[in-house]
Design a protein around this ligand. Structure first.
Ligand code: DAH
Length: 340
């Protein structure tokens, strides 16, 4: 019996392990589920009781030796392998091109708009997307029974009273007026949310840019010139523009700015609903009540504000006819803007 153990041990010590394959053969022979050490444990029964303990010890030692041999060889073989690999790197080979990401089309248009306004002295203001009812609605002179407050339109937070996802960037106006003293000249780009059915034309999340200008003696003429400057920078120096009277709770008087798009193709008809004109933003003189709500004296200061959607301008610029494309993160769509 003891001879048998010795034989196995000698064979094992002499086993030629040179590479991964022979290492695996070694493992199967001495450590695998059908290894040749295992049957020895069964044979132990035939060994006289007084020798059994010593015999058992020898088998265990044999098993441990097999494991130790295996681990040691495995370590050296793997080391050699990674060294081999390191040496096989060809430092003169041309590199693989890295795929470069691209800016999102919304970001491209947003940055363009921001640059236009920065050029005439506006600074960017950023604020939270989770707002309270006061800053989104009440401060902005939107009465309790205003349809914009309807559960249909606003995402309210379930467990926090009066908290919501801002429905427009106008909420930034109230935040800024509360904390800054005039003169104020800010633009606020950002994401807004509305509880709308998602379709090719509308989404429950989109982007806006808000503008606010407050100082002494700010007039409607200042607003008109500012917005015309923007529209010419964005749509070309000879673009046809019109300001149309409108209504917003937070401005008085209120207006909308239309850009003449043209009425030549069927697409033009569809996009402009047959008028040739395209509405690009809402604007107006800040309602004195809004100034008061935010701690600014309307007897001393006046101002104008405007708000525009970014998706629509991006859709027009890049001829994208489904707003959902912006939010799907399809690389085939996104990489088309790599050159911008
Ligand atoms: N907040 C308005 C909206 O989401 C847009 C708007 C209109 C903003 C007039 C303004 C404004 O600042 O003066 O539809």
């Amino acid at each position: 019996m003891l001879d048998k153990i010795k034989n196995i041990k000698n064979q094992m010590e002499a086993f030629p392990i040179r590479d991964i394959e022979s290492l695996e053969q070694f493992r199967i022979a001495y450590l695998g589920s059908k290894n040749i050490i295992k049957p020895l444990f069964k044979e132990m029964k035939q060994v006289p009781a007084e020798e059994r303990k010593a015999f058992g010890q020898r088998i265990n030692e044999l098993k441990q030796r097999a494991t130790a041999l295996y681990e040691a060889k495995r370590a050296t073989i793997h080391q050699a392998k990674s060294k081999d690999q390191a040496q096989s790197i060809d430092l003169s080979a041309p590199g693989y091109p890295h795929r470069i990401g691209s800016r999102h089309p919304i970001r491209i248009v947003m940055e363009k708009l921001v640059r236009i306004f920065e050029h005439i002295g506006f600074v960017v203001a950023e604020e939270r997307e989770i707002e309270d009812d006061w800053h989104n609605f009440t401060a902005m002179h939107t009465p309790d029974d205003h349809p914009a407050r309807d559960m249909q339109d606003t995402f309210y937070l379930q467990d926090a009273k009066d908290m919501l996802l801002r429905t427009h960037t106008s909420s930034v106006q109230s935040r800024v007026m509360e904390t800054q003293k005039p003169p104020i000249r800010i633009i606020a780009p950002g994401r807004v949310y509305r509880n709308e059915t998602i379709s090719a034309r509308s989404h429950c999340q989109f982007h806006q840019i808000e503008g606010l200008y407050i100082d002494k003696n700010v007039s409607f003429a200042d607003m008109k010139q500012t917005l015309f400057y923007y529209a010419r920078a964005m749509y070309g120096a000879d673009v046809k523009l019109r300001l149309r009277p409108s209504y917003f709770p937070f401005t008085e008087p209120s207006a909308e700015l239309d850009v003449y798009w043209g009425l030549e193709s069927e697409d033009d008809y569809r996009i402009t609903k047959g008028t040739g004109w395209l509405e690009v933003l809402g604007c107006g003189m800040v309602d004195p009540q809004v100034l008061t709500n935010c701690g600014i004296d309307p007897e001393i200061y006046s101002g104008f504000a405007f708000g525009m959607g970014i998706e629509r301008q991006a859709m027009l610029q890049y001829k994208i006819n489904d707003i959902r494309m912006f939010f799907e993160n399809d690389v085939r769509f996104l990489q088309q803007f790599a050159a911008e």
